[in-house]
Design a protein around this ligand. Structure first.
Ligand code: FAD
Length: 260
């Protein structure tokens, strides 16, 4: 199993530089994208039940190695960093191509796990992009792994108002939702082991990738404008002694606004 993890700023309150139109990352500590910890946990659980190996992979700057070490401390067997100047300015398509090339080099995994989305970029496109580049089936928003068989798995994926049960063959890309599990904490022993573990860095040369498909060259997305939407109005808490008083006040307000 290969788990794609992303190092993200430790905040969902992403600030944007209004002049440059870029994300302000300075002064914000980095963490492993929370959904990706759920993905690591899902892979570790399968390893515990069925055996196998869990490799974590990320594309990012050299400091993303810290995020990989955290996943090793959780129990992952190996970690790979994809880092090269040629990967800079990648949009989600180029990012998923680079990760797909890294995954190919690791070997032929049965399952590629991703998080549902990254809390900074938030597009939820990279997992499906990887599946597309590798020509694999994909199941997104997975909230439960019901069964893992020799050649496939049965999972639940959440949809509006319910869930679907999906039977899918392997190899497959699975993007997991937060509700799938509670990620374990790294152990002291795991942290010590992770500290010593050698983490290879692969760049353009190691991946043997097509340079035209990487970084800026391989990114068809053009960002026209990036901005934080203005808050239109404040929410209001309606206070009262009991439910009926609060409800009466709410209905009065809705009538005033001609909503009811
Ligand atoms: C034109 C353009 C230029 C950009 N330039 C830069 C740049 O110079 N530097 C920069 O940092 N970002 C840049 N970005 C943002 C970058 O493309 C996205 O951060 C990246 O593609 C991931 O998308 P996302 O955050 O929406 O992840 P999502 O698609 O929401 O992530 C879903 C899942 O995919 C996996 N995943 C996502 N990203 C990675 C990763 N890097 N490694 C491993 N797994 C991953 C994780 O499992 C994650 O949970 C640029 C974007 C555009 C559109």
């Amino acid at each position: 199993m290969i788990v794609c993890i992303k190092q993200v700023p430790d905040t969902t309150d992403v600030k944007i530089d209004p002049e440059k139109g870029t994300l302000i990352r300075e002064g914000v500590p980095s963490i492993v994208n929370p959904f990706d910890k759920n993905a690591v946990e899902a892979a570790l659980k399968i390893r515990e039940e069925k055996g196998g190996k869990v490799t974590v992979i990320t594309m990012g700057p050299p400091q993303a190695v810290d995020a990989l070490r955290e996943c090793l401390a959780m129990g992952a067997d190996d970690a790979i960093l994809l880092s090269d100047r040629a990967f800079a300015s990648s949009d989600t398509w180029a990012t998923s191509y680079t990760l797909a090339m890294g995954i190919k080099k690791v070997g032929n995994p049965d399952i590629i796990f991703c998080g549902k989305q990254a809390i900074d970029g938030d597009t939820a496109q990279v997992g499906p992009g990887i599946a597309e580049h590798l020509g694999l089936p994909q199941v997104t928003y997975v909230q439960k792994i019901k069964e893992v068989k020799e050649d496939g798995m049965i999972v639940e994926r959440s949809i509006e108002g319910g869930y679907e049960v999906v039977s899918v063959g392997m190899p497959v890309m699975i993007a997991v939702d937060k509700s799938i599990n509670e990620p374990r904490f790294p152990t002291m022993m795991g942290t010590m082991k992770a500290h010593k573990k050698e983490i290879p860095t692969w760049g353009l040369a190691e991946l043997g990738a097509d340079e035209d498909k990487l970084g800026m060259n391989g990114s068809p997305t053009r960002v026209k404008r990036i901005f934080a939407p203005e808050r239109k109005g404040q929410g209001e808490m309606i206070q009262g002694d009991d439910e009926s008083e609060v409800c009466a006040l709410l209905i009065e307000k809705l009538r005033d606004k001609k909503v009811v």
